[in-house]
Design a protein around this ligand. Structure first.
Ligand code: ATP
Ligand code: MG
Length: 440
């Protein structure tokens, strides 16, 4: 993508009301624009990151056996009346009346909708286990939207729902999602720690929030430092017993403020291993049994012919919140430093002097070759000043910068800079393509 053809409306300074770094950087880097309170327009570069994140989630959820579908954003109030949540949900739910005076709502979550769907198709133990997921916009009329896309009103969520015959089978689905989450966040270079969360009437160890440590987080968290050193398994066979892995991750002490008890923290964690920090919730896994299937009559026949309610869990990831959370974890004083896996472009190519024919020719050749070899490249072909070009590319944080100017090409060389480490190397013009072979 040539920068002259792109849309990258950068801001010199972030507005005063943007008080967390991710919000400031997202605005300065032209990723989003507020449309109204808590509602954002995703500009091309912001959307590119959102799509990368979506794709990582999609691939990992599919590997764990979850099936993608897409449920609508607008739901009928009837199903929420059935589950009993229509009144309970309160003012966070955006309620709508259609032209026929039917009560509708903009979905804040989809337990009712999926349960209603499943109840009309899944009737026998032979049809389960099943895990469905979708990636869809949600609306929650948050009382105080803040921190940009971190806590907004319209946001993109991945939500999955599991359906099993028994609590023990449900635990298997829970474990699959738990491990899939570990892998998803690792791919984004996030250290997301599962922390025990309120599990409601079911009790047990079946609700965890995945939280990344960040000074700007909204929840206070208390964890055992050993969790920061645990390895996420690379190859997982989701058909095997996954309890061992999950147990390893859930054994050390890790709770949010709501679940905190000082005596327990001190009893369970040695003084040197105690970490008290703030965190950002990026995901939540939750097993709740027949909470919705019972009132909504989503039953199946078991092997003995007995009709019983399905046992369910739900599993959310804040896809749009993750864009901000990744920036919180990956930035420096010059701007964003994208992990490769979610970067909106693979490479940034900086033409320091487009008015110089040699520089221009070399840049064009490099650009065409990179694109041919499937490196998605943002090519600064503008006539901005050199200083502006450097600070712009540092701000938008593409992992690799290729810098081409008249001085270096006179010596037959091109500079390659690593955005994160600032390490620079010079390679011969004739060898530049060896650096970037065809991507698979
Ligand atoms: P929170 O405690 O942050 O309000 P929640 O417990 O209400 O979140 P869930 O219902 O578990 O959230 O939703 C799943 C995920 O969706 C959360 O882990 C979070 O990452 C994301 N999310 C929830 N609310 C918002 C919001 N207002 N803006 C952006 N992302 C959100
Ligand atoms: Mg939650």
């Amino acid at each position: 993508m040539r920068l002259t053809n792109y849309f990258l409306p950068l801001l010199k300074e972030a507005p005063k009301d943007a008080d967390v770094i991710s919000h400031q950087l997202m605005l300065r880097a032209g990723m989003v624009k507020q449309s109204s309170s808590g509602i954002y327009i995703w500009l091309p570069m912001g959307l590119a990151v959102l799509k990368k994140i979506e794709q990582i989630i999609r691939e990992e959820q599919s590997k764990a056996g979850a099936l993608e579908m897409l449920m609508p954003t607008i739901q009928t109030a009837d199903i929420w009346k059935k589950s009993g949540r229509y009144e309970d949900y309160g003012k966070e739910m955006l309620r709508i009346v259609d032209r026929h005076d039917r009560e509708m709502l903009y979905g804040p979550t989809n337990e009712e909708q999926i349960t209603d769907l499943v109840s009309s198709f899944i009737k026998s133990y032979k049809n389960i286990p099943k895990i469905f997921f979708h990636i869809q916009w949600k609306f929650r009329d948050e009382i105080r939207p803040r921190f940009g896309v971190m806590r907004c009103r319209e946001f993109l969520m991945k939500d999955a729902y599991s359906f099993d015959i028994s609590e023990s089978e449900g635990k298997r689905s829970y474990n699959k999602m738990f491990i899939s989450y570990l892998k998803i966040f690792k791919k984004m270079e996030l250290n997301a720690i599962p922390m025990k969360a309120e599990s409601g009437p079911i009790g047990g160890n079946m609700s965890h929030e995945f939280i990344i440590l960040a000074k700007t987080g909204e929840s206070r968290v208390f964890i055992d430092k050993t969790l920061l050193r645990l390895e996420v398994p690379d190859d997982v066979n989701y058909n095997e017993n996954l309890s061992e892995i999950v147990d390893k991750w859930t054994a050390p002490f890790a709770v949010t403020e709501d679940m905190y008890n000082e005596d327990e923290f001190h009893k369970n964690v040695t003084i040197n291993n105690r970490v008290e920090e703030k965190g950002i919730e990026v995901g939540h896994v939750f097993f709740f049994g027949d909470k919705y299937t019972k009132p909504m009559n989503a039953t199946i026949q078991n092997k003995e012919g007995k009709v019983i309610p399905l046992q369910c869990g739900s599993y959310g990831i804040g896809v749009s919140r993750l864009v901000a959370a990744i920036i919180e974890a990956h930035h420096d004083d010059k701007g964003i430093v994208w992990p490769k896996s979610v970067s909106p472009f693979d490479i940034s190519l900086i033409n320091l002097k487009p008015s110089n024919a040699d520089v221009n020719n070399i840049c064009n050749r490099i650009y065409e070759n990179l694109e041919k070899n499937r490196y998605h490249t943002i090519y600064d072909d503008t006539d901005s000043s050199i200083g502006e070009k450097f600070s712009r590319m540092d701000l938008i944080g593409i992992p690799i910068q290729i810098i081409v100017g008249p001085n270096s090409i006179k010596e037959g060389k091109i500079e390659i800079k690593d955005r994160k480490t600032d390490l620079r190397k010079f390679v011969k013009i004739s060898e530049i393509f060896n650096e970037f072979p065809l991507k698979d």
